[in-house]
Write a protein that binds this ligand. Sequence first.
Ligand code: GDP
Ligand code: ZN
Length: 458
Amino acid sequence: METDTITAISTPMGEGAISIVRLSGSEAIRVTAELFQGTNLLEADSHTIHYGKIIDPKTNDAAEEVMVTIMRAPKTFTREDIVEINCHGGMVAVNRVLEVVLERGIRIAEPGEFTKRAFLHGRIDLSQAEAVMDLIRSKTDKAMSVALKQMDGRLSELIGRLRQELLETVAHVEVNIDYPEYDDVEEMSHEVMREKSKEVHAEIEHLLEVAKQGKILREGLSTAIIGRPNVGKSSLMNTLVQENKAIVTEVPGTTRDVIEEYVNVRGVPLRLVDTAGIRETEDIVEKIGVDRSHQVLEESDLILFVLNYNDELTEEDEKLFKAVQGLDYIVLVNKTDLEQKLDMDRVNQLAEGKPVISASFIKEEGIDELESAIADTFFAGDIDTGDMTYVSNIRHIQLLKQAKQALEDAMASLEMEMPLDIVQIDVTRTWEFLGEIIGDTASDGLIDQLFSQFCLGK
Ligand code: GDP
Ligand code: ZN
């Protein structure tokens, strides 16, 4: 496939020790060699690194000290020649290098274009390409390990296996259609289809279940801190931010990128509502009523509801309890260093079995318990990404849901003892939806596959 040569800064913007300008394409090495003062890059072996200077050809000034990595096709990420120019930190240096590269007629890459090329050149499949995108955006180390696993092709592998199972199921149906005179074949086909469908259905459901956790890992648990004025919401927010270093992401080969609005609580990334948001939730019930505020709060994955131990339960507190009914929330009874005025029995009763934690944010008490409760609420303890294949991509989740629905249609037809060729239509749809996840669209449809794999001709 002929493509032009592209370039981009491939490290996050901002302060970092090293920034990289990456080039990919047939011109990558030639252009860099023209700008490079040092060894002759045209003769450099693949996967070697070279110290030297990038010069500005207009002025012949040595612009920047750099380390240049040469990677020759096809053993590269894009399967094209790749050059990485490692510059010293700071945006000035990297921008200057990028500028002289662009002046040589190299085009700036579109977002994700390196990955797109890897996909187009068959280096990775579609789900892997999407995983790279997720990796670039992932906010925590754990989210990253999920993305890395997907990139390794684990999701592709699993989807491939499920499709194979469906294919085998349909093979039975084909046999049945070909030899309708054998009654027991019909009987057997129904049985096999029922079993296989159930198996595949269970696996898809499991994938969808863990997808929720995957979404949380990737995007952070959107967390609202609510409570009456002065109960200690801001204090809680500050404590959480101080105790849990803001999340730091390390993409291989890049420098650290700090995202401050996220905190990492025992592997659960929380996206805390900013102070402005908190102000609003103080009188949210007052302003828009219990029902509407329930709707608003429903958009949060988690609600931290703060009460004052040193104050009696007010009507406003009761309204907040109504607004959070049925949602995921944790009650924090703050200011336990002061005299008790709060009716704890009543609080426990209103909390409907949700965690109620005694705390004193000022003394940093109750924070450990809160962190355990957060982890328990969502992951039944600390998350282990070790052997799970998460699906963390919206498109994949939608296709999985469609596949699940189609399979349920097939199962319903089976229950009603419908003819197998009717059932087969829905099984085929399931197979196609799953195929779209890994970018294997039904160009050569299920039946072609079937015949190429099972040679079912007479
Ligand atoms: P918010 O209005 O809900 O955000 O409450 P703040 O976090 O601003 O706290 C209100 C006041 O309560 C401040 O003066 C805090 O210092 C105080 N405060 C917060 N937590 C505690 C606590 O655990 N014990 C005591 N005694 N005071 C606290
Ligand atoms: Zn506040």
